[in-house]
Design a protein around this ligand. Structure first.
Ligand SMILES: NC(=O)c1ccc[n+]([C@@H]2O[C@H](COP(=O)([O-])OP(=O)(O)OC[C@H]3O[C@@H](n4cnc5c(N)ncnc54)[C@H](O)[C@@H]3O)[C@@H](O)[C@H]2O)c1
Length: 294
């Protein structure tokens, strides 16, 4: 990439579900990228599975992984102590101007960055799975961070085909996961109340609102339907919706029985094929859908 960006090298920490596709995204868009994982087997496995782009370097050494990079994207497990440990370990080794970002799904920026030497250069860059396909990236920055730094990052993400949205506030769960959580809570509530089977609730979403959502957001849909109509609908339905703050029982029970979804071949559904096959199939379908939408 003939780049005018100040971000000339990127390091991704954690080569799991997300880290791998974040590293593919940047390297395949011409940016020299280094990918590190604490588990050597993950790196060895990656080398054997998918041909690596010439811009992608895999490493098993954390300090050298970060020392040359202008942007570091942490994508280790969603466990606070693991993330903090990674930040504390890399602190003495990162470049002075480097942006340190987390791909956390749920920790607010101020909680992750508190007391870290680079807290003023720390951001949240929330990708979606798979990061090299799904366009949206949610961004959260510290109030004092210079616009020029963020604008440089936004331009870079756009060049890689992403659609960045910069939040005005540092809020738990960002926008997309809050919306997803609200829908999932009500889906579980309908299941619990015996209104419909799992597959029927999924069908309702896929064959109606899901199709719409690929083209229109909630406000556009409300405008299309008529605000007066939606005012009445909300008046009638809102008092009936689930508003509990604990995790739905159906999810608790599955997790307690180690039924974690695709990765254990059983979740809300049974998966007869191996989990990796299902993931590959889903990825192919998603890629086709995105191509059609464009
Ligand atoms: N899975 C998703 O759909 C999704 C979407 C958006 C954001 N996220 C967030 O991305 C992050 C990673 O999630 P994931 O789904 O890729 O998890 P994952 O479990 O698939 O991958 C985590 C990787 O981190 C490695 N790791 C563990 N400790 C490490 C350390 N100290 N240093 C370096 N590597 C270490 C593990 O070996 C593993 O390969 C989490 O914060 C998660 O909330 C996940």
């Amino acid at each position: 990439m003939d780049t005018v960006f100040k971000i000339k090298r990127i390091t991704v920490l954690g080569a799991g579900t997300m880290g791998q596709t974040i590293a593919y995204l940047f390297s395949e868009n011409g940016i020299p990228t280094t990918l590190y994982d604490a588990d050597n087997r993950v790196i060895d496995d990656m080398i054997s599975k998918r041909g690596l782009h010439e811009n992608l370097k895999l490493t098993k050494r954390l300090e050298t992984a970060v020392s040359e990079s202008d942007l570091i994207v942490e994508s280790v497990p969603e466990i606070f102590n693991i993330k903090r440990e990674v930040f504390l370990t890399i602190a003495p080794h990162v470049k002075q101007h480097a942006i340190i970002a987390s791909n956390t799904s749920s920790f607010p920026l101020h909680v992750l960055s508190e007391g870290l030497p680079f807290s003023q250069r720390m951001m949240l860059i929330h990708f979606f799975n798979p990061a090299d396909l799904i366009p949206l990236v949610e961004l959260v920055k510290p109030a004092a961070m210079a616009d020029a730094i963020v604008n440089d990052l936004i331009s870079l993400l756009k060049t890689c085909g992403k659609v960045p949205v910069l939040l005005k506030r540092d809020i738990n769960g960002f926008i997309a996961n809050r919306l997803q959580a609200a829908l999932l809570r009500e889906a579980c509530n309908l299941l619990q109340q015996g209104v419909a089977e799992v597959s029927d609730i999924d069908t309702v979403v896929k064959q109606s609102i899901g199709l719409r959502w690929a083209l229109n957001g909630p406000f556009e849909i409300t405008d299309l339907g008529g605000l007066d109509v939606w005012e009445k609908v909300l008046t009638n339905i809102l008092p009936d919706l689930d508003n509990t703050t604990s995790v739905p029982l159906s999810i608790n029970q599955l997790v307690n029985n180690n039924n974690l979804g695709l990765k254990t071949n059983k979740g809300f559904y049974d998966y007869p094929q191996s989990a990796s096959n299902q993931a590959v199939l889903q990825r192919e379908k998603l890629a086709r859908l995105l191509k059609d939408i464009k």
